[in-house]
Design a protein around this ligand. Sequence first.
Ligand SMILES: Nc1ncnc2c1ncn2[C@@H]1O[C@H](COP(=O)(O)OP(=O)(O)OP(=O)(O)O)[C@@H](O)[C@H]1O
Length: 333
Amino acid sequence: MSGVPGEPVLRVEGLRTVFETPRGTVTAVADMDLSVHAGETVAVVGESGSGKSAFAYSIIRLVQSPGRVAAGRVVLGGRDILPLDEDAMRDIRGREMAMVFQEPSTSLNPLMPVGAQIAESILLHEKGVTKAQARTRTLDLLRLVGIPAPERRVDEYPHQLSGGMRQRIVIAMALACRPALLLADEPTTALDVTVQAQVLDLIDGLKAELGMGVVLITHDLGLVADHAQRVAVVYAGRKVEEGPVEQVLADPTHPYTRALLACRPDPWQDVSEPLVEIPGVVPPPLALPPGCAFAPRCVRAEPACSEIRPTLDAIGPGRQVACLVASRERAAA
Ligand SMILES: Nc1ncnc2c1ncn2[C@@H]1O[C@H](COP(=O)(O)OP(=O)(O)OP(=O)(O)O)[C@@H](O)[C@H]1O
């Protein structure tokens, strides 16, 4: 990918993704902006149903019917990819951006040796590469992602590998053509805690080595602290807060971010004590209040919050928040 100097690898502007359902139009993603630079991991955090996956699928243009991207721009290396036809997109997927999904089995063909699947991706995207060269590159990739005994593993089938090894294979496939952007949608949710850390460390190492930008989709703020440089918190399809990870975690501004942080399990907490939960549930997408979608659950909500939708206001370098109360307090301070 050529890229434009100073331009982020990915720039999303005003993205809106909707699902047309028999009961009405569900807006899964609304007015989303996000930039990711080379060598940076930006985490997108929110509860289940907040639109994180719809956001990632929109970027790589894999939203399935009845869903569709209804508005916005997705600029990859300086080029808006939303108007491109499907042939051009197929060329971009895998070569310029790649995605790692939550469940490794969804990305792997159970009937094909794992090495052949990686080699196929190389042969598809790179003209002039011979089968022998693709196999050598595949073995290098297996080494890169830490697969032991790659000469033996390369000819094994997915079911012969553990879940952690399968996710490493998926990452190897995603990285086969050295994409500029990696979208990782809950890449470790299906894995044991120790394997989770290994896979995320692996993505961190490869990001530094290949100079990729990474979008890390997760509901786990613990992972954000260790693996991302910036974080965007989403609620009911909208970004409610964004900023550098250490600032947002140390000084969260939006009441939803504060509530998410308060709910993090404390490893030192007595196991007999119940975990804290955010009261209430995410409002049904067809019945969002006209104002702030978090207002019905918010401990700081004022009457105006249910009526007026807050805009995303800049509250410091690289920091934004969409909250009437927080913005007013920051302005007064
Ligand atoms: N096929 C579909 N038809 C209708 N609505 C959908 C469809 N897929 C997703 N949605 C809606 O889009 C919204 C966002 O869903 P999405 O899966 O992106 O959330 P998420 O934050 O990734 O959740 P999870 O962590 O559980 O995957 C939800 O309100 C969901 O109901």
